[in-house]
Write a protein that binds this ligand. Structure first.
Ligand SMILES: Nc1ncnc2c1ncn2[C@@H]1O[C@H](COP(=O)(O)OP(=O)(O)OP(=O)(O)O)[C@@H](O)[C@H]1O
Ligand SMILES: [Mg+2]
Length: 255
């Protein structure tokens, strides 16, 4: 089997004495789409924030490909890579939140080209060609010179996805990418994520859209109380859950 694109092992995270992640072990293979579901407060966003180094882990390890970015030493302290190694690790993934991904004062074009040029030091003409191709792929032709407030929520979210893809990440993380959108705009965002899945882009998606998770994910992970309660094929976890907590959660959606 291929090496995981991303893995976390025995990860723990607390805010003060409030333990939010307990002994989380999760890995993602190239081309795999993993949907994370579960009740509010279960630790889904914290897991993504730890994976993308917006939060520090208190225990365990994080790896991107063959690079260990954080690990727990014999003293029990977690050490992170630094400097160039950290910067390289951070350019291996993209992150799309519910909203507020875009710089409000920049046009769509500049939002997409900014990080490739500023962070990755890529050639401007090449970054622009890529931005135009992403704009076309995301169905955003005509919005190049608009600023985010001139776009619909669905267009903003598709521009956010284009912005994340412009860094050529190995993996994309999504935290409830459609929960701030009206139902009709949700469909257009889910459609582009489906398209990325069909292109074998590796993704971890936190979502409350159960039909979407069933349809697009290779694996569904159910989290509650800071732990992975169960995981497996979508038909198994969503259709024939083994754990009572999973059944209780899903009952609210099937009602
Ligand atoms: N920065 C923080 N400081 C203190 N507590 C936090 C912080 N971030 C999250 N928490 C707490 O951690 C727990 C898990 O929160 P998290 O946002 O990860 O849950 P979630 O599964 O994403 O929930 P939702 O479905 O509502 O988005 C919650 O009890 C939350 O209050
Ligand atoms: Mg959340």
């Amino acid at each position: 089997m291929a090496e995981p694109i991303f893995s976390m092992e025995h990860v723990g995270k607390a805010f003060g004495d409030h333990v939010v992640l307990r002994d989380i072990t999760l890995d993602v293979r190239p081309g795999e789409v993993v949907a994370i579901i579960g009740p509010s407060g279960g630790g889904k966003s914290t897991l993504l924030r730890c994976a993308t180094m917006l939060e520090r882990i208190d225990a365990g390890s994080l790896r991107y490909g063959d690079v260990t970015v954080a690990s727990t030493g014999s003293t029990g302290q977690v050490a992170y890579v630094k400097g160039d190694e950290l910067r390289r690790a951070k350019s291996r993934f993209g992150l799309v939140f519910q909203s507020y991904n875009l710089f409000p004062h920049m046009t769509v074009m500049r939002n997409i080209m900014d990080a490739p040029i500023a962070v990755q030091k890529r050639d401007r003409a090449e970054a622009e060609r890529q931005a135009r191709s992403l704009i076309e792929k995301m169905g955003l032709v005509g919005t190049e010179d608009k600023v985010p407030c001139q776009l619909s929520g669905g267009q903003q979210q598709r521009a956010s996805i284009a912005r994340a893809l412009a860094l050529n990440p190995d993996i994309l993380f999504f935290d409830e990418p459609t929960s701030a959108l009206d139902p009709e705009l949700t469909g257009e965002v889910l459609k582009v994520i489906r398209q990325l899945a069909a292109e074998d882009i590796t993704m971890i998606i936190v979502t409350h859209e159960m039909a979407f998770a069933r349809d697009v994910a290779d694996r569904v992970v159910f989290m509650d109380g800071g732990t992975i309660v169960e995981q497996g094929a979508p038909d198994q976890v969503l259709g024939n859950p083994q754990q009572e907590r999973t059944r209780a959660f899903l009952a609210r959606y099937n009602a």
